[in-house]
Ligand binder design. Structure first.
Ligand code: SOE
Length: 375
């Protein structure tokens, strides 16, 4: 059986997922057969050009018709477009893969998770947290699940970018609260929160955050619409956030993201310290995991490119490194396999919602100027 895939969105994420789908039959022989069937958007001319380039058979400007028609629906549009088409697809019994953060608001994320629960486990609803599918991150999870770091005391995650350092950088939907929900907090923080949940959930921390203290900052409050006029639009989201987390077992988390870290392009790092050892990972060196065990005098750098490392047997000989785009291939492989088998997939909409709760608590703490408990 061939799965007909409908995809809403053809920009950055549309390209990343279309590339992943194209790689699947070449590298993952047991991946389900798929057809990039229909590309959805608003403007026919742009859509047609994108569909040709990204290998789609047809285009549509009517997502309502598409979600009923296809076997799988990918929602890769801006955040404000996540809720309604995703809910409609799930109501039609169509599996959904939705980009992160799940929704602009907690209330919308709750509705989406409810729709996923109503659709049932055999209709997978995936949250596209692609960094779970970095081989080195899965290797780290293996160490943590095996208890090799002992009792976890500290989790530190920061995500640094610099594409808004220039106050003349143009306004985009990512700067608007109604369209994006949050700024660096939602766009980048959601990845970090998900990785923290993925890595330390189920270890002695159980991933349970008891309370949160958050701080948001907007450095530039209006931006030019484009380079050709004087028109500006307000920036209504955060440019940066930081947060402290207290876990139920007393462990501490420190999270941070910004779009103003001059010189840092896509610098996502996670560090975990336990009673028996520590590890650290940097997205800019994504083939490596640094591990330090009690008694060592420094970190050992493990190159996670052996053929028995996660997903590596599908690619190249050992040492032939992977990149950012491979994370999308891995998550598409897992998600589409779940769709074909009619079984659940993780990270799912509940994971998306859990991350959203943490983001909302960080915002609430910033507004109230005090720690906020997470029920
Ligand atoms: C933002 O700049 C962004 O593209 C995010 O939206 C992605 O989720 C992240 O992977 C890279 O940075």
């Amino acid at each position: 059986m061939t799965l007909d895939v409908g995809v809403l969105g053809y920009r950055f994420m549309g390209k990343a997922h279309a590339n992943a789908m194209a790689r699947l039959p070449m590298f993952f022989s047991d991946a389900p057969a798929i057809e990039r069937s229909v590309l959805v958007g608003r403007n026919e001319e742009t859509l047609r050009e994108a569909a040709d380039r990204l290998g789609f058979d047809s285009i549509s400007t009517d997502w309502e018709a598409v979600v009923d028609d296809v076997d799988v629906f990918y929602n890769l549009g801006p955040n404000h477009v996540h809720p309604e088409p995703s809910i409609a697809a799930l109501e039609a019994g169509t599996p959904v893969f939705c980009e992160k953060p799940l929704a602009p608001t907690l209330e919308e994320a709750e509705r989406m998770a409810e729709a996923a629960a109503d659709a049932g486990d055999d209709v997978p609803a995936g949250s596209a947290f692609n960094y779970r599918f970095v081989p080195a991150i899965q290797y780290a999870k293996g160490l943590l699940d095996a208890g090799e770091l002992g009792e976890i005391r500290h989790v530190r995650g920061r995500y640094l970018q610099d594409w808004l350092v220039d106050p003349e950088a143009p306004w985009s939907w990512r700067n608007d609260a109604d369209l994006a929900g949050a700024g660096a907090l939602g766009d980048l923080g959601s990845h970090t929160v998900d990785l923290v949940r993925f890595l330390v959930g189920g270890v002695d921390l159980a991933g349970d955050i008891e309370r949160i203290s958050g701080h948001l900052q907007t450095f530039v409050d209006e931006r030019p619409v484009d380079g050709d006029s004087d028109e500006t639009r307000p920036v209504t989201v955060d440019d940066a956030y930081s947060a402290q987390l207290e876990f139920e077992n007393g462990a501490m988390g420190t999270l941070e993201a910004t779009r103003y870290a001059t010189g840092h392009k896509n610098d996502h790092t996670i560090e975990i310290h336990g009673s028996e050892g520590s590890l650290r990972f940097s997205l800019e060196r994504l083939n490596e995991l640094e591990v330090l065990r009690d008694g060592d005098r420094g970190y050992e750098t493990i190159l996670v490119t052996d053929e028995d490392d996660p997903y590596l047997d599908h690619w190249w000989p050992p040492g032939h490194v992977l990149g950012w785009e491979h994370t999308f291939v891995h998550e598409n492989y897992e998600f589409l396999s779940a769709v074909e088998d009619g079984r659940s997939f993780e990270p799912n909409f509940d994971d998306g919602l859990a991350a959203q709760r943490v983001l909302a608590a960080i915002e609430e703490s910033d507004e109230r100027g005090e720690w906020v408990s997470l029920e």
